[in-house]
Structures are given as structure tokens and as C-alpha cells.
Write a protein that binds this ligand. Structure first.
Ligand SMILES: C[S@@+](CC[C@H](N)C(=O)[O-])C[C@H]1O[C@@H](n2cnc3c(N)ncnc32)[C@H](O)[C@@H]1O
Length: 390
């Protein structure tokens, strides 16, 4: 059995590595010439004097390079490890007890034939096996990895790899163990209310929303990106004009501004899915009337939500912000919502400012059920002020 120089050596290695794989399992007769991939491609039919098994490999050169890379037991160990897990050179050092430069050289040779790939993370490089799309190369590597299990260091490598992976898991958990119980209050990179708000907005269904006391439409604008329609109501001409112009500029065709009073918004009965009163109810002369009319414009099953200030004693708010009410107690909001006919009423304090006067935000809401006609009539009468005139 003889073939030119190193080719012969590598073919013999392959024979050892992949018994039965069908690659190079036959003796090479003296004087046989291996053809390059392009020569094989250029040939139609079989030439006399060239063995059929030699023609099988269109890219013999590439195959030989892979075989050469796999022929070294150290490279095979490394490939076997990075095949199981992405690992840094330092981790490979710890597992194999080999020197750094030796590992790097072997990894370089494996990358040169596209068996491993490096990924940089800061100053470290992590290596992993490249998934092979070519079925024959994949079979070849699979056989080589099976062979790697027979290497004397295979058992130690497996144990050391598991130790490294356990250490990684422990490190990740340690930082979380440390903050468990106060995770919500400590700084978390990338965590912000803006980010959370953007996410929540993405899952808003295609609703029709009335934003009462909308101002220039900060919230309306965000909602309009997902909602079917948003009607922003404000009694300030300038706010409405500004909001309208801005919505037009931004191409938000489903955002409409209307001049009107939040206590009796210019919207048809049972026409919206959600009514929002964000920092607006404390400007109303008659908040219960605003809730009754909110109920009126909601479709059955619709929800009304209030974001407002919790009752506070900061008198300058009247002068500074034009507030009529110095916030509301949770009890007040609960009672008014229930009196307006809402069910599943929820009231809770959701935020507290760090700086004096430590304003707190209360979130209150309820659902409009499908009430009986007589109840609907009585609530409608109260909403339009008939009861007072009667
Ligand atoms: C503090 S801003 C809130 C704006 C917006 N909702 C927000 O959360 O950013 C209050 C808004 O309510 C409007 N407003 C006050 N009284 C109102 C009323 N009776 N009817 C309609 N809008 C009113 C004001 O013009 C102002 O734009």
C-alpha cells in the first residue's frame, strides 16, 4: 500500500478514524494518481487507470485538509470539547491542562478548515464547533468524535468540562441570589419604565380609546401607534390645535383631537372600549359627573381608568398647576366608580415620588358591565344632569 508522501499518511489516519465510513478504506495501489477536485469535475465518465473510489470525492482536497486537521489527538480533544459547549481558551486550558499557545495553534488549524469558529466577547474569544451542512463532512466529523471518546484523556476532559459549566451556572446565579427580595428596587441594566411601557404598548389590542383631558396628547400618541382609534379630548383650544398639528405631522391618521369638556365629552354613547383620565380628573369641577359620562361613552365590557394624585396637602398645586382638587383618597375614587355603575373596581397607589412633596400616583379603574335597560336609562339621566333638574 503506497501513495505519494503525506497524502498516504493522512489517508491511513482516515482509515483509522472512520472505519466503514466509505471514504478511504481501500489500499492504494502503487503509481495511482489522485486527481484534484477540478480535474474530477471536468471529467465526464471514468478515465482508464483511475480507480472509481478516487472519483467519488469532488472536493478531495478539502476532505484531505479536514482529515489532516482531525488526525491529531489534541485537536480531536479540543474539537470534541467545543462541539459540546462554546468555550474560551482559558476554559480549554483548565479542562485539558494544555498550554495556551498550544491550544491556540490547534484552534487556529481547526478554524482554517472551518471546523471551529471564534466569537469575541470583550477581550476573550470563545470557540465552538461549526455545524456542518454538507452531509458527508458531518458524517466524517461524527466518526472522528466517536473516535475521540477512545482517547485516554476523554474521561478527564468530560469531568473537567462539567465542572467548568457548573461554575458558570453558579456565577450567574450568585449575582441573582444576592439581590433576591430586592430585585425590583435595585438598579438593573437596561430595565426602565420606558422600555416596559414600549413593550406593553406592543401588546395593546386594536381598541378605541378616549383620552379625556389629553393635553397635547402624549399618551394618545403612544396609544395611537397600536390602537384602532384614539380620540383625545381637551378643553384648551391651544392644546387641541397643537396636538392635532403634531398628529398630522406624524402621520397618525387614527388620532383625532376634539375640543370639549371631560365631564361631558363630545362622544357618542357606547362608542369606545377604554376611557382614560390621566392627571385630568383633579381639574374637573364635578369628578363624579366625569365618571358617569365615562360610563356613558363606554361600550358594555369597556374599562375606565384613572391615573391621578393621591390626596395630598400641597396647597401651592392650585396656583402652580391649576389643580382644583388636591388629589383624591382611594375611598373617594372607589365610591364614585361604584356609584357610576362600574364593576370589578380596583384602586391602588402605584408610585411615590422621591422628592418633596412626595406626590403619590393612584391608579383606579372599573369595567362597565352589560346593565339592564332601566339601569342604563337611570345612569344616562344622571350623567346629563336630569336628576338635578327633576
Ligand atoms: C395635567 S394635564 C394632563 C395631560 C395628559 N392627560 C397627561 O397625562 O399627560 C391636564 C389637562 O386637562 C385639561 N383639562 C382641564 N380641565 C379640563 C376639562 N374640564 N375638560 C377637558 N380638559 C380639561 C387641561 O387643558 C390639560 O391639558
Amino acid at each position: 500500500m503506497k501513495a505519494p508522501g503525506s497524502v498516504n499518511r493522512h489517508l491511513q489516519v482516515a482509515w483509522h478514524l472512520i472505519p466503514g465510513s466509505g471514504y478511504v478504506c481501500r489500499p492504494i495501489s502503487s503509481g495511482l494518481r489522485l486527481r484534484t477536485g477540478s480535474e474530477v469535475l471536468a471529467t465526464k465518465g471514468r478515465e482508464p487507470g483511475v480507480e472509481p473510489w478516487a472519483e467519488r470525492r469532488v472536493c478531495m482536497r478539502g476532505t484531505l485538509q479536514i482529515l489532516k486537521a482531525l488526525a491529531d489527538p489534541t485537536r480531536l480533544r479540543l474539537l470534541s470539547l467545543v462541539h459540546r459547549e462554546e468555550l474560551s481558551v482559558q476554559e480549554l486550558q483548565e479542562i485539558t491542562r494544555l498550554g495556551q499557545s498550544r491550544i491556540s495553534t490547534h484552534l487556529g488549524q481547526l478554524s482554517a478548515v472551518n471546523l471551529v469558529r471564534a466569537r469575541r466577547e470583550g477581550r476573550r474569544s470563545f470557540y465552538r464547533a461549526v455545524p456542518q451542512t454538507d452531509a458527508e463532512t458531518a458524517t466524517l466529523i461524527k466518526s472522528a468524535l466517536t473516535g475521540a471518546e477512545e482517547l485516554p484523556q476523554a474521561g478527564d476532559d468530560r469531568v473537567n468540562l462539567e465542572r467548568i459549566l457548573q461554575r458558570r451556572r453558579d456565577q450567574a446565579q450568585t449575582s441573582f441570589h444576592h439581590v433576591a427580595g430586592r430585585f425590583g428596587r435595585v438598579y438593573g441594566p437596561g430595565r426602565s419604565w420606558q422600555a416596559l411601557g414600549q413593550f406593553l404598548l406592543r401588546i395593546v389590542p386594536p381598541l378605541v380609546v378616549a383620552d379625556l383631558g389629553s393635553g397635547e396628547g402624549l399618551i394618545s400618541e403612544l396609544l395611537a401607534r397600536r390602537c384602532r382609534k384614539v380620540i383625545a379630548v381637551d378643553n384648551s383650544r391651544r392644546m387641541v390645535a397643537y396636538g392635532q398639528a403634531r398628529a398630522r405631522r406624524m402621520g397618525l391618521k387614527n388620532l383625532e383631537f376634539r375640543l370639549g369638556d371631560l365631564q361631558d365629552p363630545p362622544l357618542a354613547e357606547a362608542s369606545v372600549d377604554v376611557v382614560l383620565l390621566s392627571q385630568a380628573l383633579h381639574h374637573a369641577e364635578d369628578p363624579p359627573r366625569a365618571l358617569l359620562n365615562g360610563w356613558r361613552i363606554l361600550k358594555p365590557g369597556g374599562q375606565l381608568w384613572i391615573l391621578d394624585l393621591l390626596a395630598h396637602g400641597f396647597e401651592p398645586a392650585r396656583e402652580l398647576y391649576g389643580d382644583r382638587w388636591l388629589g383624591f383618597t382611594e375611598g373617594q375614587l372607589q365610591r364614585w366608580l361604584e356609584e357610576a355603575g362600574f364593576q370589578q373596581v380596583e384602586v391602588s397607589v402605584v408610585a411615590r415620588e422621591e422628592v418633596p412633596p412626595h406626590f403619590q400616583t393612584v391608579l383606579a379603574g372599573g369595567v362597565k358591565p352589560g346593565p339592564s335597560r332601566s339601569r342604563q336609562r337611570s345612569i344616562r339621566r344622571r350623567a346629563i344632569g336630569d336628576d338635578m333638574n327633576a
